[in-house]
Design a protein around this ligand. Sequence first.
Ligand code: 5GP
Ligand code: ZN
Length: 113
Amino acid sequence: MSDCLFCKIIAGEIPSTKVYEDELVLAFQDIAPQAPTHILVIPKKHIASVAEINEENSSVVSHIFEVIAKIAKEEGLSGGYRVVSNCGDDAGQTVHHLHFHILGGKKLNVEMA
Ligand code: 5GP
Ligand code: ZN
């Protein structure tokens, strides 16, 4: 996707602070952190949102969750953390490339909406 911000980050056209990378996924620091730890984990292959996950592309999602668990350990989030994926306008999704927020490093608010 040539006009996708996160595809540009994957391509190195927009700089990011990388936390983890392999052939399938990239994790990097959120530019506007909402918590002491705020990392985004994305598939390298463009998927627009959770709504676009299907039988053909879902294997990367389980890999993303393995990576999330690994990153959380490395970041020392032993007290817990939250994983969030905003899907669509009502949820406030602003970048239309599937991403999972890892939020932690403080006691998070419990409100879900
Ligand atoms: P959403 O609102 O779609 O769930 O999350 C998009 C996230 O991407 C936001 O937390 C926002 O701060 C982050 N973001 C937007 N543009 C950039 C950027 O250029 N670089 C990085 N590292 N994060 C970005
Ligand atoms: Zn993309």
